[in-house]
Design a protein around this ligand. Structure first.
Ligand SMILES: NC(=O)c1ccc[n+]([C@@H]2O[C@H](COP(=O)([O-])OP(=O)(O)OC[C@H]3O[C@@H](n4cnc5c(N)ncnc54)[C@H](O)[C@@H]3O)[C@@H](O)[C@H]2O)c1
Ligand SMILES: O=C(O)C(=O)C[C@@H](O)[C@H](O)[C@H](O)COP(=O)(O)O
Ligand SMILES: [Zn+2]
Length: 377
């Protein structure tokens, strides 16, 4: 079974190919080789060992999954690897793994020889529904998440949910945070559908493929309208719902302390609370109720994701407490967010479930209160 969806971006348009069946690794390499191009891979080492044939002679640099690999050191190693192996401008780079390898490989592809073609083969739920689509690539620096990178669209995205069979449950949950995000910011029907499921989504749930596809459709629609996030309001920045909070958490707690999806889960709850404050302040258009916040909270909790900073991470066994984060440090990290304009923080808030907007004029006191309620000190 092979289905396709196009990300419409003029001459940078590309297909997202959805395919099923076992041996996803073999299928995808075969498909890319059929293009006749010489290809090299940057692959998550775990995924390579689990899903790709041992005897394949594809030139491949293996990278550890996890946030620490979205670094200047890994970027440097990957560029040296391509140069040492004399990869030329007509060579293609395949990113095989989760969002970490995808973001890193995409940035390497955008930079090496001033740009070579690349292919996305996402193997986490998060990468399938979000990071492999839309062309945001990059790495983290000490000062902030994703502060260095480029917009560089892939040639093709190959999605097979069969890869998810081996994904640890906490990583599946992390991907669900971005799935829930789409419901909250764009698609109330998707949100209702997720709430109404009798059984939680898992890699082999009969509705998973349709949900993944719907998320890709939403992302493709938003990216088509505002590829490089330059709209003066709304636009691609809406995909950042919860992320002004999430990126600050990731940066201040230390990259990898919270999974990106876990930080997004907390960020979504905080963004919902911010939306209620806008209603209470009488801002026109805002109609989110306490009941809506409870619904978002419940859906996030259902996937065993954290909803505030005090809640121990579900992947941490035992009773290791969540780290204490300082409000000043969090605010400082927020001030380096890429959405800042003329020194002012820009947030994404919900007018109602399924409809988000950008807001620029949020009193700092509100954000301090929200951090404090979430357990920051
Ligand atoms: N570019 C974008 O638009 C965009 C969107 C969302 C998130 N992101 C970025 O994505 C990153 C997070 O990506 P992620 O959550 O996929 O993390 P990840 O790439 O670190 O993968 C998570 C873990 O799962 C393992 N793994 C991957 N696939 C597996 C499989 N099929 N079976 C078993 N194990 C597997 C990895 O080794 C790793 O340990 C963050 O850096 C975030 O900023 C980017
Ligand atoms: O694709 C986008 O645009 C997003 O905002 C998707 C986010 O889920 C993702 O985490 C992205 O990497 C955040 O981008 P950034 O520009 O805020 O670093
Ligand atoms: Zn994200």
């Amino acid at each position: 079974m092979v289905e396709q969806l196009t990300v419409e971006l003029g001459e940078r348009s590309y297909p997202i190919v959805f395919f099923g069946g076992a041996d996803a690794g073999v299928f995808v390499l075969e498909k890319i080789r059929q293009t006749g191009r010489s290809v090299t891979a940057l692959a998550d080492s775990k995924v390579w060992d689990l899903h790709f044939p041992k005897n394949d002679d594809l030139l491949c640099l293996k990278i550890e999954g996890g946030e620490a690999s979205k670094s200047i050191t890994c970027f440097d190693n990957a560029c040296e690897f391509l140069a040492t192996n004399r990869i030329a401008r007509d060579g293609g780079l395949i990113a095989i793994g989760g969002g970490v390898v995808g973001d890193l490989a995409g940035f390497v592809a955008a930079s090496y020889l001033r740009g070579i073609d690349f292919y996305q083969v996402p193997t986490t739920l998060l990468a399938m529904v979000d990071s492999s689509v839309g062309g945001k690539t990059g790495i983290n620096i000490k000062a902030g998440k994703n502060l260095v990178g480029a917009f560089w669209q892939p040639q093709v995205v190959y999605i097979c949910t069969e890869f998810l069979k081996t994904l640890p449950p906490e990583e599946f949950s992390a991907g669900m945070a971005e799935v829930i995000k789409y419901g909250m910011l764009y698609d109330a029907k998707l949100f209702d559908q997720l709430e109404a499921l009798e059984h939680d989504l898992t890699w082999d749930h009969p509705e998973l493929s349709a949900v993944v596809r719907r998320c890709c459709e939403i992302k493709a629609e938003i990216v088509k309208a505002d590829e490089k996030e330059t709209a003066s309001s709304g636009g691609r920045a809406l995909l950042n719902l919860g992320h002004t909070f999430a990126h600050a958490i990731e940066n201040v707690a230390g990259y990898g302390t919270y999974l990106h999806g876990e930080a997004v889960a907390i960020g979504l709850v905080l963004a919902a609370k911010l939306s209620v404050r806008l209603v209470e302040a009488g801002r026109s258009g805002f109609a989110v109720s306490d009941e809506d916040v409870i619904r978002c909270h419940a859906l996030i909790e259902r996937y065993r994701l954290p909803t505030d900073l005090r809640i121990s991470l579900h992947r941490v066994a035992g009773d290791l407490a969540a780290p204490k984060l300082s409000i000043e440090a969090l605010l400082d990290a927020m001030r380096r967010d890429k959405k800042v304009r003329s020194g002012k923080l820009r947030f994404v808030a919900m007018e109602k479930i399924g409809n988000a907007v950008t807001v620029d004029d949020i009193p700092e006191g509100w954000i301090r209160d929200i951090w404090s309620e979430a357990g920051a000190e």
